[in-house]
Design a protein around this ligand. Structure first.
Ligand SMILES: [Zn+2]
Length: 187
């Protein structure tokens, strides 16, 4: 049996904290009801965390992308999530990075829960989606929620993860705002 692969190509961020946060965010979707087939599918995915300095310039249709801003790409065909984060070991930077990471993980989770569902955009998105245009639900819903997060302060979920010292001693919790899609995975 495979398990989800987490690869860090960063050098400064605390991999332990990010790993805790990523696993907490993903697997907290499964607490209300055991959904073994979905958990098995999560375990087929690979999540790569890169520093923004390594951002690929080949983003196809996405133009004017500032590669120093945390961003990512979710590829359901290869079951891969690539996250580009600020490689700075700082809790405030982690707050910013994790909103981006959880945005990409939201694409992944909806691709797992709704692989074939189509939907139409409620808003123009930051790349090429236009209001009323049809697209994959795992794309349109995340991008529409990102708009509603800004406009209506919706779809933000705070998760708790333990904070560790470098020696591995547990010294308290960290509360991380993240992208909320729990209403779509807990039925
Ligand atoms: Zn996105």
């Amino acid at each position: 049996m495979s398990t989800i692969q987490l690869n860090f190509l960063t050098s400064k961020i605390n991999e332990r904290k990010y790993t805790d946060a990523i696993l907490e965010w993903i697997f907290s979707h499964f607490r209300s009801k055991i959904q073994v087939d979905k958990i098995m599918e999560v375990n087929n995915w690979t999540i790569n965390v890169y520093p923004t300095l390594l951002a690929s310039y080949d983003f196809g249709k996405i133009v004017n992308l500032n590669t120093q801003i945390p961003h990512g790409v979710c590829k359901p065909t290869t079951k891969t999530v690539d996250c580009y984060v600020k490689d700075i070991n700082n809790d405030f930077v982690m707050l910013q990075n994790f909103m981006t990471v959880s945005h990409e993980l939201a694409h992944m989770m909806l691709a797992i829960f709704y692989p074939d569902k189509r939907s139409t955009y409620r808003y123009n998105d930051k790349s090429w989606g236009k209001v009323g245009q049809e697209g994959n639900f795992f794309v349109t819903e995340v991008h529409d929620r990102e708009k509603e997060m800004v406009l209506e302060k919706k779809w933000i979920r705070t998760i708790e993860v333990w904070r560790w010292s470098l020696a591995g001693r547990n010294i308290g919790k960290i509360y991380l705002p993240s992208f909320d899609i729990t209403d779509l995975t807990s039925q």
